[in-house]
Design a protein around this ligand. Sequence first.
Ligand SMILES: *Cc1c(COP(=O)(O)O)cnc(C)c1O
Length: 455
Amino acid sequence: MTDTPKHRIDLDESEMPTTWYNVIPDLPEPPPPPLHPGTREPVGPDDLAPLFPMALIEQEVSAERHIDIPGEVLDVYRVWRPSPLFRATRLEEALGTPARIYYKYEGVSPAGSHKPNTSVPQAFYNHAEGVTRLTTETGAGQWGSALAYATAQYGMDCEVWMVGASYRQKPYRRTMMQIWGATVHSSPSDVTEFGRQLLADDPDHTGSLGIAISEAVAACVADPNARYALGSVLNHVLLHQTVIGEEALLQLAKVGETPDVLVGCTGGGSNFGGLAFPFLREKLAGKMDPVIRCVEPAACPTLTKGEYRYDFGDTAGMTPLMKMHTLGHGFVPEPIHAGGLRYHGMSPLVSHIYELGLAEAVAIPQRECFSGAVQFARTEGIVPAPEPTHAIAAAVREALACKESGEEKVILTALCGHGHLDLAAYEKYLSGEMVDYDLPQESIDAAMAEVPVLN
Ligand SMILES: *Cc1c(COP(=O)(O)O)cnc(C)c1O
């Protein structure tokens, strides 16, 4: 026997969690409800029925602490779950830190990210209720490919509006979606009225996530057999992602560890919530006391610079109004490489937890993120997706602070995807062409001026 620390901590299939965790009943107060875009009254199940199947609407508003994962979903999860937890021993050594860094690796899924944790149950529940076609939007293609994979499992049609700039610059995830049988449109597209209007004004429009959402929602409501699927932000999405944190809790327990600091990258908040909420439950129960920290790009600082107020989830103003941290639904972030973090809003649940003081947030510029990611790849081997480079940079900051103070903190993060289809971003970093964007307050103010004023 040696006392060499274990690098990889696995769970047996039999130890896989069989329930998702709903954090809402454990919070000191519930998050404010979404409002109807027209009446501005709280939305009811009937308002959401054209968009989502009833099972997901129920999960969206559920007061149950634990929700059973259907056997059919567990069967698909088993293709890649339980996912491994690694201790970053080689990175620790390179940093010379007394901290112990653990990362939960979600890049082992077929789509290469955490997103199939929710695309699979979403496709399952829609299929069970007779839906034959799902519409959605995607930025760089991670969500679109996850949904294309999931719909292929249940023999459903999948139609994806992909942000135009990515459609042109990042063809490989588009190809993945097509391999799994999806139809992919460049957004703005000529297949929706809103898209045609935008193209009439600017035929070279590069699109945005908010525009693509508007198009996918419009296509959904025009077809009674279609429903819409969202890859982040909503309560049921974060619920499904809690398999990440539940597994990580069990894995850390196997090596007798509890985290002192938990860091996660936040775009819409789903991988962060998925990792953090089970640990937040333990914290609220007094069993551990980790600092929980959201990490966002300096170019899209939704939590650290956005306002907490009701705003639309999309650009056209078709979705319910959600109380969330927002930079304004018309905000178009600079083209940073972490496409999955370029969203004007933040999950209402993560925003609420942040407002309650149960989580903190930090914004980091992209060159520091890629510097951390390259050091991570050279030591740990895995090439991170551009989004989790933010979490890695925050973990590195924390580990270096421990080196200064001599504290042996346990740091936990989610490496929520690999970067094999994002090598162009690394090329920019390695060649020195990557730039950091400063977000002027004027651009935030301009977009915030369009946000509805509610009493
Ligand atoms: C989509 C995506 C994100 C951003 O979404 P969250 O809901 O904030 O998790 C982050 N990382 C990866 C790898 C993604 O695919």
